[in-house]
Design a protein around this ligand. Structure first.
Ligand SMILES: *Cc1c(COP(=O)(O)O)cnc(C)c1O
Length: 402
């Protein structure tokens, strides 16, 4: 595949009001009109280039949305105040009472909780399936199914979804395939592979500085228009609007995403290979031992690698906690949830980001107690990081080869 998503971002040009090399920030919630007629037309969505009120749209949010749409190769995009703001708006837009969703069972804890506990109150039911088993996916479809939902690389187990095959199933049964691409921006382009809607939590790699939450919905112009409809659009009416100042700040960080992802991927592959050869149970899509290694290779935009997330299993939650605390003492990273920061972040998913998932279900999907999820940072000297991490493991008497 020769798709080059970073070129599409780079080719966009925006200037500020005074010729600034960055677009001006629209620091206003409301906009004036010279004529009342134009105001009416704008409200009705019939006056291009005019702004009315910043929950509807604002120049800064549109710039960021355009850049993210260019990255994901969709017609357009809508930015939101958080990743959950994007996910909930999309699902509320696509489903009504009585509808059914098929979702991967290994998904972000918040998304899981929304589908498991919240949407049933609206009479929207979800079947959670093993997304890597296409037969199971297709067998779960009912006449009420509207949406097929997955993450390209899943949280926290790093399962890889076969987006092309899922999109064929979706097309055959007239479903919308919605893909959360938060773990693999630039590396995987779900829309090119057939996804109808691509979502991100901008909070993670895309913004990359752990200073804000944000989200985006990338899709067709028709779908984004529907989300923004003043009468029945979920994005418009649920009100999860990003602030213009933040949109401008995220856009500036997006400019370096291609460099950051390459470094995250390089560092993560290095550590994954070392950990695995030390005899640790290591999961990383870049390892040949990963069940979907070949699938990821076939889907990926090669130059961005296999991403910045890896997991290891150190046997017990107690050991996982000890190791994370020790690594933090040695300044190798932070015991924190979230991902995509310049610094390595680690957490034990079972007791943190996936704690919404009941223990029995965690076991079923292979989420073990001793699992540590790493978001590997931009370390300049990953060999040194590895040596120091290994010393921590030795100090705690974790069983390593030789
Ligand atoms: C963090 C995350 C979300 C939620 O995003 P917020 O910005 O925290 O609302 C959704 N999906 C995935 C895969 C995530 O990692």
């Amino acid at each position: 595949m020769t798709f080059k998503p970073a070129n599409n971002i780079q080719d966009l040009q925006y200037f500020g009001e005074f010729g600034g090399v960055n677009p001006s920030i629209s620091d206003s919630s409301t906009y004036t009109f010279l004529s009342a007629k134009t105001m009416f037309d704008t409200f009705e969505g019939n006056a291009d280039g005019c702004y009315l009120y910043s929950r509807h749209s604002s120049p800064s949010n549109l710039y960021l949305g355009e850049a993210l749409a260019a990255m994901e190769s969709t017609e357009t995009a809508h930015v939101t105040a958080s990743g959950m703001g994007a996910i909930t708006a999309v699902l509320m837009q696509l489903c009504a009472a009585g509808d059914h969703i098929i979702s991967s069972r290994t998904i972000y804890g918040g998304t899981y909780a929304f589908l498991k506990n919240f949407t049933p109150k609206l009479n929207i039911e979800t079947s959670f399936v093993n997304i890597t088993n296409l037969k199971t996916v297709e067998a779960a479809i009912t006449p009420k199914t509207k949406v097929l939902y997955c993450e390209s690389v899943s949280n926290p187990l790093l399962e890889v979804a076969d987006i092309k095959a899922l999109s064929e199933i979706a097309k055959k049964h007239n479903l919308k395939l919605v893909v959360d691409n938060t773990f693999s921006p630039l590396s995987i382009s779900p829309s090119i592979l057939g996804a109808d809607v691509v979502l991100h939590s901008l909070t993670k790699f895309i913004n990359g500085t752990s200073d804000t939450v944000g989200g985006v919905i990338c899709g067709s112009q028709e779908f984004i228009n529907a989300l923004r409809n003043v009468n029945d659009g979920a994005a418009m009416l649920l009100g999860s609007t990003m602030d213009s100042l933040r949109a401008a700040s995220v856009l500036k960080n997006l400019r370096t995403l291609h460099i950051r992802i390459q470094q995250h991927s390089k560092n993560t592959l290095y550590l994954a290979e070392k950990f695995e050869s030390d005899g640790l149970k290591t999961v990383y899509p870049g390892l040949k031992s990963h069940p979907s290694h070949e699938l990821f290779k076939n889907m990926m935009n090669k130059q961005y690698g296999f991403g910045g997330m890896l997991t290891i299993d150190v046997g017990s939650l107690e050991m996982a906690n000890k190791l994370m605390e020790l690594m933090q003492q040695k300044n190798l990273g932070y015991l924190a949830v979230s991902l995509g920061f310049y610094k390595t972040l680690f957490s034990a998913p079972g007791t943190s980001t996936s704690s919404e998932i009941p223990e029995t279900e965690q076991k079923e999907m292979g989420l073990s107690d001793g699992l540590i999820r790493f978001s590997i940072g931009l370390d300049a000297d990953i060999e040194r990081t590895y040596t120091m991490m290994k010393a921590c493991m030795r100090e705690l008497k974790i069983n390593l080869k030789d």
